[in-house]
Design a binder for this molecule. Sequence first.
Ligand SMILES: [Zn+2]
Length: 207
Amino acid sequence: MNIFQRVKGAVSVPEAARHYGMQVHRSNMACCPFHNDRTPSLKLNESYYYCFGCQASGDVVNLTAELLGVRNYDAAKALVTDFGITGDGSQPRISIQRSNPRRGLYSDKEIRCYRAMAGYLRLLRVWQAHYAPKSPEDEVDERFAEACQNICYAEAMIEGLAIGKPEEREALADMLLAEGTIERLEGRIVLGKEDLQYEQPDTEFIH
Ligand SMILES: [Zn+2]
């Protein structure tokens, strides 16, 4: 489990919102910090938020980053400190194999992981845009919920796989493959293929 997953498992969106000074009203609605909001239009669900005014959405890390004015990674670290989150023992130790020096080339398994993550992120962005609820009473589509919860995670994984040091990339790829994440995501991508027809041509995607 990485820091993003640990934080998301430990702190709900409403908890973080209250902790960092947001006033949370009935039905977990709050004034949106992403736009100039006079009536509460931000819906705080347990694991993600969504604004009916400006369509901002994200998870507990994204909200904390906005409220603290820091990057996602620093927001995750702040949550760890402020909520006293300790390692749960299941965090895999990244073993650095210095005896196997690499020259920065991507291995087949790293490329497979990167493609799966990038394809999944592309799908999540489509889901987030296409299946967004229209009003607070609407039942939430599970694809939209999954997108709000996992976009930040997928971006962090892609970053690690793309620009990590060779030994870090390899350890990350090994972990993702060992825990079955990549196989699961490849299945999601196949199932969600038809949704890509909703992809906005002007959106920037990582291919
Ligand atoms: Zn808003």
